[in-house]
Design a protein around this ligand. Structure first.
Ligand SMILES: Cc1ncc(COP(=O)(O)O)c(C=O)c1O
Length: 430
């Protein structure tokens, strides 16, 4: 069957909302490449949107999934305990301690992890308010959409969940003009404190949810002092700090968690994507005293923590440990960041290069003006690169950010090749 036939079949039976960013397809994949129906290879700079830090189809993970599927495929964990769930929980607690005692539960998607983080925060505090940020993305369930900022992810899907409050994300590039970075961050923290007097009282707020590096929003990195300031505000008022690490976790920033760059310990965190190499698995982690406040019966789900998914995730993390994924994240990040910084010197359409570890992006603007996003150029760049076998993805509320989420196991020569295609194509188009 050809790519064209596959496209025609999908158009006949799938609703329009199941759009894709391109008309490409993937028939099989390995490492940093996927291959379409005709066998044409593509270098994958999208990594399944941050799912494939350990690469496409790591052999160890495929084998673990096959083994587990022959042994025990399902129990419904709220009825019957199984070992892969417990083993995966132990592994996560070992690599991602949240203070002295940490607990973890599993669900199947990032959005579900966010839903459950909010449920736990509300039960633990007895409060209902959740504060989130402009540009944030937290999934497509009702609470996920309510917390998500970009309107095109939720057009016509309301009414949204109540008791959600949103503050501007501390984005220096767009909003910091005329001030030093430090002065800007202090002002943003003061604005946050004012919000707790003028919009919602702190004793109504269960949690503050923030991505340490915004993913869909366009790879804006939370300034360290800002996150530390949020931690102080949370401690002062008994609010829980919830960090959404769904896109930034598992080596992407050169550490297991992006928050490890900040000297901040969160109360609750959410995880998904690269923890399972593509198998549907997600986690909510937190300080034991917080996690234990949720009542039996309020958390769980039929497939949540399925044995095959847990075995796939455990094998993924063990494989990541074996190959030192965090070191790979640092190496990939350095190479991409250096390349983009050099490219910016000769490419005026790049307004900003930013990122943390291997979560690196360029923002494309007109006339070097942060407030003139160039979504058209971004789209053209993605399409032209695809013609040359490089699969890129964009991000950002205005669709003018190119983000690199390539598998961290990518060979140096492939990374170099992909970046060169990207750089040359951007210069040709600019
Ligand atoms: C930070 C963040 N949170 C939550 C989600 C939702 O995850 P899922 O698509 O698995 O529901 C995403 C997905 O992109 C994400 O990037």
């Amino acid at each position: 069957m050809s790519s064209k036939e596959l496209q025609e079949r999908r158009n006949r039976v799938l609703p329009k909302a199941m759009n894709t960013a391109s008309t490409l397809n993937a028939a099989w994949a390995k490492g940093a490449h996927f291959y379409d129906q005709e066998g044409k290879p593509y270098l994958d700079f999208s990594g399944g949107i941050g799912v494939l830090n350990a690469g496409h189809c790591p052999t160890e993970v495929s084998r673990a999934i096959a083994r587990q599927s022959q042994k025990l495929m399902h129990t419904f964990f709220n009825l019957l305990t199984h070992e892969p769930y417990v083993a995966l929980a132990e592994k996560l607690v070992e690599i991602l301690p949240h203070g002295e005692a940490t607990k973890v539960m599993f669900v199947s998607t990032g959005a579900e992890a966010v839903e459950n983080a909010v449920k736990i925060a509300r039960q633990a505090t007895g409060r209902s308010g959740i504060i989130c940020f402009t540009g944030g993305f937290h999934g497509r369930t009702l609470m996920g959409m309510s917390l998500t900022s970009k309107v095109s992810y939720k057009t016509g899907c309301g009414p949204f969940a109540p008791e959600v409050y949103r503050l501007p994300f501390p984005d220096y590039y767009h909003n910091g003009a005329g001030r030093s970075f430090d002065a800007f961050v202090e002002q943003e923290l003061q604005n946050f404190r004012k919000y707790l007097s003028s919009v919602v009282a702190p004793d109504q707020v269960a949690g503050i949810i923030i991505e340490p590096v915004q993913g869909e929003g366009g790879f804006y990195v939370v300034p360290p002092r800002y996150l530390q300031g949020l931690r102080e505000i949370c401690d002062q008022y008994g609010i829980l700090l919830i960090l959404d690490e769904v896109q930034s976790g598992f080596g992407r920033t050169g550490k297991w968690a992006a928050y490890e760059h900040y000297d901040v310990i969160p109360d609750i965190t959410t995880w998904a994507k690269s923890m399972g190499s593509g198998i549907p698995i997600a986690a909510v982690m937190g300080k034991a005293e917080v996690m234990d406040k949720a009542l039996p019966g309020t958390l769980g789900g039929t497939y949540a923590g399925n044995p095959v998914a847990c075995a796939g995730a455990l094998a993924t993390i063990e494989y990541m440990q074996k190959i030192n994924i965090n070191k790979k994240g640092q190496q990939v990040g350095r190479m991409v960041m250096n390349f983009f910084k050099n490219l910016k010197k000769t490419c005026p359409s790049i307004g900003e290069v930013r990122g943390l570890g291997a979560m690196v992006a360029i923002e494309l603007v007109k006339n070097q003006d942060p407030n003139q996003p160039d979504a058209e150029l971004t789209q053209k760049l993605v399409a032209k690169c695809a013609e040359q076998g490089l699969f890129l993805i964009s991000a950002g509320v205005y669709g003018n950010v190119i983000r690199v989420l390539c598998p961290l196991v990518i060979a140096q020569k492939d990374l170099k090749k992909g970046l060169e295609i990207l750089g040359k194509t951007l210069k040709d188009l600019s």
